[in-house]
Design a protein around this ligand. Structure first.
Ligand code: HGY
Ligand code: MN
Ligand code: MN
Length: 409
């Protein structure tokens, strides 16, 4: 059986690969990403897989089926984190999938299909703003122009790939052919309160909410904090503050909406200078695309009106958006059977959080298995799960794998 203690220990081990001594932060194509990827390559090989890093920095292991070169069931999750992250978001899915393959290899069991486990290098999109670069490369949704996106230091993805020892030109070769991947199934912590509230260790995801990621820039006039009268100011940060509250008000207007301004930067950023320019991000999500798009349109209109009233300039740029992604019923029912076989009441639930399955759905059917997390807390060092729930998650995933029946094509 999969070893839950080892799963927990490996999540703890990966948590040590952080750019900061206090807290866990591991961004795409960083030295910490390489160190975590090296650890995972070793664990994949120990579990009987052939393992390598691909051209965009994904960590990929393959366990052949009964016949070499078969199409594969793809499992996995992401190895990057948000800033000051929890240690299970992403990591749990990669480590659990490796554990399941190791259990098969230990029994010398070969299935009618291969299994690939992928530790995606970028799902959070923290460093470059755009997200799911690894899964988009595999699923075929990566526009080469995206490699020009730059991080806060002005380093482009292309430059970062070269610095990492990879060849950006080879990213376009990662696209898998339809049929090569029979399904993509990801185990992930719920990052919400439902399973805990219903005393369930695992649940089956029905759909992944759609998201819109935007970047807003407000331009006013920098000036002396001591000499410019209030009525003459064109204060970009005061305007941005109104904008942040407008986004919150729009998101509060419907219980199915969520809206977040997660990052804001005021320039020039001195205590005695009226901010002349502010840049901030907007993240809007909903289980229905029409609702989300209406909210995005309202936010843009409100920001424009706030800026105009204050004689400031405002521009809003769409960074990325993905619609609601439905999990495949044929996979859900197989996960439900595995959950029931584990003696757990079957609970289907949507995912408010984004996942690589949204990108992978362009290539193949997707499904997700959620594991309960304490207080639903995530994107926070307090994120935690129990070894007992990790064991139920691993046993359920292994049972799904051993009974997996690809959808008839
Ligand atoms: O933003 C998300 O939902 C995910 O954690 N990337
Ligand atoms: Mn996350
Ligand atoms: Mn995640």
């Amino acid at each position: 059986m999969p070893n839950a203690e080892r799963i927990m220990q490996r999540c703890d081990r990966l948590a040590r690969e952080s750019e900061s001594a206090s807290g866990l932060t591991r961004v795409f194509l960083s030295p910490q990403h390489r160190a975590a990827s090296d650890l995972v390559l070793g664990w994949m090989r120990e579990a009987g897989m052939r393992a390598e890093r691909d051209a965009i920095g994904n960590t990929v292991g393959r366990y052949e089926g009964a016949h070499a070169g078969s199409s594969c069931l793809m499992l996995g999750s992401h190895l990057d984190t948000v800033r000051d992250a929890g240690r299970y978001d992403g990591m749990l899915g990669v480590v659990t999938a490796i554990e399941c393959v190791g259990a098969l290899a230990e029994k010398g069991e070969r299935l009618p299909f291969a299994i690939e486990v992928v530790g995606f290098g970028d799902e959070e999109g923290v460093r470059f703003g755009t997200t799911m670069l690894g899964s988009r490369a595999i699923a075929g949704g990566l526009d080469p122009a995206v490699l020009g996106a730059r991080d806060a230091d002005g380093v482009s993805i292309e430059q970062a790939l070269r610095h990492f020892g990879l060849d950006p030109a080879r990213c376009s070769l990662l696209r898998r052919r339809k049929g090569d991947v029979l399904a993509y199934v990801e185990l992930h912590i719920e990052q919400g309160p439902v399973l805990e509230a219903e005393s369930l260790p695992v649940g089956v995801v029905s759909a992944i909410n759609g998201f819109s990621r935007l970047r807003a820039r407000i331009r006013g006039m920098a000036g002396h904090a001591g000499t410019v009268p209030m009525r003459l100011r064109r204060d970009a940060l005061a305007a941005a503050a109104e904008c942040v509250l407008a986004v919150e008000r729009i998101a509060r207007s419907d219980p199915e909406l969520v809206g977040t301004v997660g990052r804001i930067e005021a320039k020039p950023g001195a205590i005695n200078v009226i901010p002349g320019e502010v840049e901030f991000t907007i993240d809007i999500r909903a289980p229905r695309d029409d609702l989300r798009q209406l909210a995005v349109a309202s936010a843009k209109a409100e920001l424009a009106s706030i800026a105009a009233r204050r004689s400031l300039a405002c521009e809003v740029e769409l960074i990325q958006e993905l619609g609601v992604t439905h999990c495949a019923p044929s996979l859900m029912v197989q996960l439900e059977r595995a959950v029931a076989a584990a003696g757990v009441r079957v609970r289907k639930l949507p995912s408010g959080a984004g996942h690589d399955g949204q990108a992978m759905s362009a290539l193949t059917d997707i499904a997700m298995l959620f594991v309960r997390c304490k207080g639903g807390i995530s994107h926070n060092p307090a994120e935690s799960i129990t070894a007992a729930d990790a064991a139920v998650g691993a046993r359920t995933l292994l049972r799904f794998i051993e009974h997996f029946e690809p959808a008839l094509r």
